[in-house]
Design a protein around this ligand. Structure first.
Ligand code: IVH
Length: 318
């Protein structure tokens, strides 16, 4: 029995790493032998906290700030959904059962967060798509009333204490399923709705933080035909509003040493109020930005609170 368990464990890890040790049928037979064919044995095999590949890559979105920036889809119908500001997650269902949940990570590999996500999403996919592996993607969000809502949601994912995770106020909202069960994004979302998910087309979710809109070509074939760059699909984009900043004086630039030992410039500002928060410092990210924006001590700058958290100098205004 121990040997069989060890073999299954090795086979599954190899499979996740894209180098299967055996055929699917051989693997299924092994699982049957162990009597775990119906209970995905992930407690047996998963290496908690390890990185695993997404079954399908998780892309990011190109941004558009104005009508002129919009990609032109001609007469192709598009949906507009709120761009939720949380943490992106992928869920892998094997033969209709939740087998692996991952953080977005670098879009190709993410961290195993299955033990937590089991409490937030359906464990069984009904109705079944008939597909062996199904990947569902979406955003884990927390109410906008919670301070630093996005960090609260993202931080919860890797909590080791499952009880603490369950006590957090979190919601998973699905916006993707692959392979596509239907020819059309809206019908795909209806399918997920029937499976018990909250989906991005259910409501406009005013209770969750948003940072723009996502426009997507509805027809899946047209969407795929438009293709992908290495970063994003061409058939979708995030429409963002240019945030109105607050103008103040740049008093000084100091250097700050980050956690990983990296040094970055920080703007010291004549203190101002932005969205009810007192702001006296703002990040400049790197030395290149100082040159790019033409900043000098004593000049006037426009400052925004990016993602409601870290203030940022966006331009010089004098
Ligand atoms: S559609 C190609 N719809 O924003 C992947 N994504 O900045 C697009 N996001 O990686 C999926 N709200 O994590 C989609 N309504 C929405 C979204 C949404 C938030 C996330 C998603 C994506 C990121 C891009």
């Amino acid at each position: 029995m121990k040997n069989l368990e060890a073999l299954i464990k090795r086979a599954r890890i190899a499979y996740y790493n894209g180098k299967p040790l055996m055929s699917d049928e051989a693997y299924d037979r092994l699982e049957e032998q162990l009597g775990v064919a119906t209970e995905v044995g992930h407690d047996l095999i998963r290496d908690k906290g390890a990185r695993y590949p997404h079954a399908f890559p998780m892309y990011s979105l190109q941004k558009a700030y104005s009508i002129e920036d919009h990609p032109d889809y001609g007469n192709e119908p598009v949906t507009v959904t709120p761009k939720l500001d949380g943490a992106a997650v992928s869920l892998q269902y094997i033969n209709g059962r939740l087998s692996l949940a991952l953080t977005r990570g670098d879009g190709k590999h993410g961290l195993d967060i299955t033990d937590n996500m089991r409490f937030l999403v359906p464990r069984i996919l009904l109705p079944c798509t008939g597909k062996h592996i199904v990947q569902i993607t979406g955003e884990v969000v927390a109410p906008a009333t919670i301070k630093n809502s996005r960090n609260y949601a993202a931080g919860a994912l890797s909590l080791h204490d499952v009880i603490e995770f369950q006590n957090r106020d979190l919601t998973f909202i699905a916006y993707g399923i692959q392979p596509y069960p239907t020819l059309d994004f809206i019908e795909d979302m209806d399918f997920l709705d029937h499976c018990g998910f909250e989906t991005i087309i259910d409501s406009n979710y005013p209770m969750f933080p948003q940072d723009g809109e996502v426009w997507r070509v509805i027809n899946n074939e047209a969407f795929e035909e438009l293709g992908y760059t290495s970063h994003h699909p061409r058939g979708a984009f995030a429409k963002k509003v240019k945030q109105e900043g607050v103008v103040t004086e740049l008093i000084d630039v100091v250097w700050q040493v980050g956690k990983s030992g990296n040094v970055s410039p920080v703007a010291i500002l004549d203190p101002i109020d932005i969205d009810g928060a007192r702001v006296a410092r703002a990040t400049l990210h790197n030395i290149g930005i100082i040159e790019e924006l033409g900043l000098e001590i004593g000049c006037m700058v426009e400052v925004i609170r990016a993602g409601e958290i870290i203030p940022q100098v966006v331009r010089r205004v004098d």
